[in-house]
Design a protein around this ligand. Structure first.
Ligand SMILES: [Zn+2]
Length: 496
C-alpha cells in the first residue's frame, strides 16, 4: 500500500509506471492516485504551505498555514483510520492462580520455592483431592544393598507372602551369599485391595548369578512362577606377561592384575626362588588367571592358575593343580614342600601318636608325638625351615630342640644325644640340628618327634601340611597337558 512516505518520494510515480503489468491493476490505480497526490503536494509546497504558526498570527499567510495544518491532520486521521493496527502482545495482569500455575511450570531452584513434579493450581478446572489416587501398577527399579535381596524387596514394598514364595523358588538357584549387592531389580507391582495391603508382585527380573538371570511372573493361577535364563559365559583364562622392570608388583598391576593375585604370585614364587636375588629387571613374568566373561559384557577374575618367570637362568613354571589349590613345578613336584615326613632318614617308626602305656612312668598317658628308633648319633634334620625357639635341657624330654616354622606351626625333637643348633638360630629344611640319643625319660636311643599346630599336638603322619606331593601317572600327564594349553593362550594386556 502506498504510504505518505511513498508519496513524498519524487520518483514514486515513475516507479509505479514502470511496472504496471507486474503489480496489477490495483497497484496501477494506486500509483496514479499517488501521482495525483504528489502533484497536489508539489502545488501546496509551491504555495508556501510551510508556515511558522508562531509568526504574524492572524495574517492571511497564517490562516492559510493553519488551514493547511488542519487539512493535513484531517487527511492523517482519515488515512490512519483505515491503516490496520500493528500486531503486538500486551499481556494482561495475571491472576494469582495464573501466577501460581506459571511458577509450577517454570524451572527454578528448590530453595527458590520450586516444587518437584507437575501439579495443577486449584482453579475452576482443577480441584484439590482429599487423597492422591493410587496408580494401578508401579514399575520400579531397586538395587540390592548390603542387607541382601530380601531387604531390598521388602523396602520396595513386597509383602511377606511374596517374599516367602521368592525365597523358596530361589533356594535352588542362588546359593551361598546370595544375590550380589549392587544388582538391579526390575519389578512391577500390581493393584491392591486397600492401602493397608502390600501391592502384589506382578513381575520381577534380576541377575541371580554371574551366569543366569531370573524372572518371576504371576501365572494365571495367581502363583509366582520362576523362569531361569542362562547367560552364556566364556571361561577362557587371562594370560598376562610383561617385563618386571623396577618393580614386579607395579608391572603386574599396570598390566591389569589385581593386588591379591600379585600377592599370590609372589607367595607361590617365594617357595620356588629367592624373590630378592632371583628376579631381575629384564626378566619377564607370566601370570595366568581364571577369568569369566559373560555375553552381557561383564567379566570376573578368578584365582591365580599359573605363575611363571622367565629369567634365562632358572625359569620357573608353576601351575595350580588339584582341589587343594596346590602349585606344582612342570615336572609335577609340589612347589611347597611342607614338613619332611621323617626327620631321621631311614629310621623305623617305633611308636605312634595317641594313648599308650609309658614304659618309664609305668602308666597310660597321651603320646603327643611319634618315636623313630635309630642308633645314637644318627643325624636329625629340621623338618622345615624356621627359627629355633628352644635348644637345651627339657626335663623328661632330655636334650630338646623346638623350631617355630611360622603360621602357628612348631616341631619338637626330644631325647637328643647332642644338640647342633642354638636358641634363636635360623634353620633351613633338612638342616642337621642334632643327633639321636636317649636323654631324659627314655628307654633307648630314639627320636621323639612332635608337631604342634596352633598350640595343639597333631599326628605328624596325618597332618595335611606334610606336603611334598609329587604328581605321577595319568595325573601328571593331564597336568602337563593343561599347562601346555594355558601357556598357549594369547597374551592379553601384556606390556612388552
Ligand atoms: Zn615319644
Amino acid at each position: 500500500m502506498a504510504t505518505l512516505a511513498d508519496l513524498a518520494l519524487a520518483g514514486a510515480p515513475a516507479q509505479a509506471r514502470d511496472k504496471p503489468s507486474r503489480k496489477g491493476r490495483h497497484r496501477e490505480m494506486l500509483a496514479r492516485s499517488g501521482a495525483a497526490l504528489h502533484r497536489t503536494a508539489t502545488g501546496i509546497a509551491e504555495a508556501e504551505i510551510l508556515v511558522d504558526l508562531g509568526d504574524s498570527i492572524g495574517s492571511g499567510r497564517w490562516w492559510r498555514g493553519a488551514a493547511t495544518l488542519a487539512a493535513l491532520i484531517g487527511a492523517a486521521v482519515t488515512i490512519g483510520g483505515r491503516t490496520p493496527t500493528l500486531v503486538g502482545h500486551v499481556p494482561a495482569t495475571p491472576s494469582m492462580a495464573e501466577l501460581e500455575e506459571r511458577q509450577i511450570g517454570a524451572i527454578s531452584s528448590l530453595a527458590g520455592g520450586s516444587e518437584t513434579g507437575r501439579r495443577a493450581a486449584p482453579t475452576a478446572m482443577a480441584k484439590r483431592l482429599s487423597e492422591t489416587p493410587e496408580r494401578p501398577r508401579i514399575e520400579l527399579t531397586a538395587k540390592v544393598g548390603s542387607g541382601g535381596l530380601e531387604a531390598a524387596l521388602r523396602r520396595s514394598g513386597l509383602g511377606k507372602a511374596d517374599l516367602d514364595r521368592i525365597r523358596s523358588l530361589l533356594s535352588g538357584v542362588v546359593s551361598g551369599s546370595g544375590v550380589k549387592p549392587g544388582t538391579d531389580l526390575k519389578m512391577v507391582l500390581g493393584r491392591r485391595e486397600s492401602r493397608a495391603d502390600p501391592r502384589p508382585l506382578e513381575h520381577l527380573a534380576f541377575r541371580a548369578t554371574f551366569d543366569s538371570k531370573v524372572e518371576f511372573s504371576r501365572g494365571a493361577d495367581g502363583e509366582l512362577k520362576l523362569k531361569r535364563i542362562p547367560i552364556r559365559i566364556d571361561n577362557t583364562p587371562l594370560r598376562v606377561t610383561g617385563v618386571v622392570g623396577t618393580s614386579l608388583d607395579r608391572a603386574a598391576r599396570a598390566a591389569g592384575i589385581p593386588a591379591h593375585i600379585v600377592a599370590e604370585y609372589r607367595r607361590q614364587m617365594s617357595y620356588a626362588i629367592d624373590l630378592q636375588r632371583d628376579i631381575g629387571r629384564r626378566d619377564r613374568f607370566e601370570i595366568i588367571v581364571a577369568n569369566r566373561r559373560a555375553e552381557t559384557g561383564e567379566s570376573e577374575m578368578g584365582g591365580l592358575l599359573y605363575a611363571g618367570l622367565i629369567n634365562g637362568r632358572s625359569n620357573v613354571s608353576l601351575m595350580r593343580w588339584g582341589n587343594k589349590g596346590e602349585f606344582f613345578w612342570q615336572n609335577g613336584e609340589a612347589v611347597k614342600k611342607g614338613l619332611i615326613r621323617s626327620p631321621v632318614s631311614g629310621a623305623r617308626l617305633s611308636s605312634g601318636f595317641g594313648m599308650r602305656f609309658h614304659p618309664v612312668l609305668g602308666y597310660g598317658r597321651m603320646h603327643k608325638g611319634v618315636d623313630f628308633a635309630a642308633r645314637t648319633g644318627t643325624p636329625i634334620q629340621a623338618s622345615a625351615s624356621g627359627t629355633v625357639v628352644m635348644a637345651g635341657w627339657g626335663g623328661g624330654y632330655g636334650n630338646v630342640v623346638v623350631i617355630d616354622h611360622g603360621r602357628g606351626l612348631r616341631t619338637r625333637y626330644a631325647h637328643m644325644h647332642r644338640i647342633g643348633v642354638k636358641n634363636g638360630q635360623q634353620v633351613s629344611q633338612g638342616q642337621t640340628i642334632g643327633q639321636v640319643g636317649s636323654t631324659g625319660l627314655s628307654t633307648g636311643p630314639h627320636l621323639h618327634y612332635e608337631v604342634w599346630q596352633n598350640g595343639v599336638a597333631v599326628d605328624p603322619r596325618q597332618a595335611r601340611f606334610m606336603g611334598g606331593t609329587q604328581l605321577g601317572g595319568g595325573d601328571l600327564r593331564q597336568f602337563k597337558g593343561e599347562m601346555a594349553r594355558l601357556k598357549a593362550l594369547p597374551a592379553a594386556g601384556g606390556v612388552s
